[in-house]
Design a protein around this ligand. Structure first.
Ligand code: GAR
Length: 264
């Protein structure tokens, strides 16, 4: 039997996925325990869920940090180990033709917030970091300091759409407004892009005539609460393997991707 894994979580909101993972740890469905819960939002409802279970929590107020950065760009203190060129080169959250100042302001302000996150997280040993409704893109600055060595991907995210369709902040809304007949959710490892990392698991639901956006969100969340604990348990059981694979393209070319293979 593998030893129980230590799971840290980052949240921004109500934390129903966090609750599903905590419950699965407590009932033994996941061989693991939650060791901290962090939030970018001081009023995230999920913080109370952590406290109700005696799990240590902390807040790094991204909103305040970003406001301060915008008023005072020159004076905001960047972390000593932040390398702008390196982060610019690695990130693929922004398209290459995005205005440079947008990219640099984003990377700098987030690195300030992320260095605080890392400082808070350094108090706890953890094997896996789950993003459970964490509504902030993480930059290479943060990712490279969690995934050590780099091939040890250990940040998971849940996204409310069947990726790679509808990345971004409103997966169920985008699915609904497109007139999709099927919706779903995806758990994936986090890479340097937005919702673009290797896919671990997906669940779907039907969208019926007359369904409302609220109804779709409800159906989707019910699937998320099943999917996320399942994927965390696969990680705990060491059943997830990252494989670099070449795929032939119709034009004769080849695309090389890192995908997740799952032991039966
Ligand atoms: C969930 O639907 C999750 O998929 C989504 O936020 C919601 C959080 O709900 N995450 C994202 O959109 C990430 N880009 P919860 O706080 O009740 O778990």
């Amino acid at each position: 039997m593998n030893p129980a894994i230590r799971v840290g979580a980052l949240i921004s909101g109500g934390g129903t996925n966090l609750q599903a993972i905590i419950d699965a740890c407590e009932s033994g469905v996941i061989d693991g325990r939650m060791v901290f819960v962090g939030s970018d939002n001081p009023s995230a409802g999920g913080l109370d869920r952590a406290r109700n279970h005696g799990i240590p929590d902390f807040v790094v107020d991204y909103g305040a940090i970003i406001r301060k950065f915008r008023c005072d760009t020159g004076k905001s203190l960047l972390p000593n180990d932040f390398n702008l060129l390196e982060c610019e080169g690695k990130q693929h959250i922004f398209p290459k033709d995005a205005p440079v100042h947008r990219i640099t302001d984003f990377l700098k302000s987030r690195a300030i917030a992320e260095s605080e996150l890392l400082m808070q997280m350094a108090r706890y040993e953890f094997d896996l970091l789950v993003l459970a409704g964490f509504m902030r893109n993480l930059t290479p600055y943060f990712i490279d300091r969690v995934n050590v060595p780099p091939e040890r991907l250990r940040i998971m995210n849940i996204h409310p759409a069947i990726l790679p369709a509808f990345p971004g902040t409103d997966g169920y809304g985008d699915t609904f407004r497109y007139g999709c007949k099927v919706g779903g959710c995806t758990v994936h490892f986090v890479d340097y892009g937005e919702d673009s990392g290797p896919i671990i698991g997906q669940r779907t639901f039907s969208i019926l005539p007359g369904d409302t956006l609220d109804g779709i969100k409800k159906k989707g969340l019910e699937q998320e609460w099943i999917l996320y604990p399942e994927c965390v348990q696969l990680f705990a059981k060491k059943k997830l393997h990252l494989v670099r694979k070449d795929f032939p393209l119709p034009d004769g070319g080849i695309v090389c991707r890192t995908i997740v293979e799952i032991d039966p």
